[in-house]
Design a binder for this molecule. Sequence first.
Ligand code: GLA
Length: 380
Amino acid sequence: MKEKVHSKFVSLFGEGGVFYAAAGRINLIGEHTDYNGGYVFPGAIDKGILAEIKENGTDKVRLFAIDRDEYVEFSLSEESLPSQHWPRYIFGVCRETIKRGGKVKGFDAVFAGDVPLGAGLSSSAALESCFAYAINDMNGNGLDLFELARIGQSTEHNYCGVKCGIMDQFASCFGKAGHLIRLNCKTLEYQYFPFNPQGYRVVLLDTCVKHMLADSAYNKRRESCEKAAAEIKKNHPEVDFLSDCKRVWLDEVRGKISEEDFIRAEYVIGEVQRVLDVCDALERGDYETVGEMMYQTHFGLSRLYEVSCPELDFLAKLARKMEVTGARVMGGGFGGCTINLVKDELYDGFIAAAKEQFNAQFGHDLKVYDVVISDGARKL
Ligand code: GLA
């Protein structure tokens, strides 16, 4: 990938620049909890974005995306919003850096990635984090890693229409090889947990489906949570987020919020607790409990939060049937991957059965990604 990027860079822009990289992510547990002030438990993976970048002495950004074979340029003023979708991630990062008082000098960049698109592995966060990190470094802005993660998140909010939480950009910036990171999304306290489950493998099964309107459905979930939290706050003023709520407080407002908002909140309150339970279990080396929680999360995401789909439900059900330790839909949902915790001795049989039965049921192949927990954003 590096040679490809470099030879394109030289042919387009002349003398080479500096390489930066950032990763996609997995999340062991804690889904749709980030924007509710709850816990998440992600890690960066060995798939990401690689960019070669160099200042060009103008006020323009000139970009070439290898994977799309597309060239785009824009200037750094707010009116220059690119019409295509992918350059908006980088435009947004530039604008959000400027909004925070950072300098952004014009630059040339060529980039490529190997995060599968639409698989729920945060290819967009990898792109944002890579450029947020690079721009900060090249311009000597001195913003800390949290601010870089927030730049990516605000890019999603203000330039891409997704009201996401902080998890993906956080993982992409803070990732550390061999470690998952538990983040409290309210206080932003975080802790690295070594993750090397002896006797188990973590594998992603990509349904290769991505449902339309996932972004608007995502934003709608967030609104439901905020409505529920606002109603609970009337009785319990200390509540800022759903993660502050006890389950019985939710019961008090049943009937005052829609049934839909109620079941969304019910899922989130359960999920916040599950992250803590999983971390405790991991410290005891109790992977069976970790796996059981993953199944509970899948159930909640499918039946209460309603962000699953037939393909994901099929894979989670098959995993259960084959006595896989844990399986669930990962990331925002509406397609993408399941994450599976599988005993070594079951691995081959499970993967073979999943491939065959998935194809027989849906008429197309799934993809298999073994997970390697890796470092986050960096200069190479
Ligand atoms: C997407 C968002 C994250 C998070 C997950 C669900 O990946 O970008 O902020 O909400 O969905 O956990």
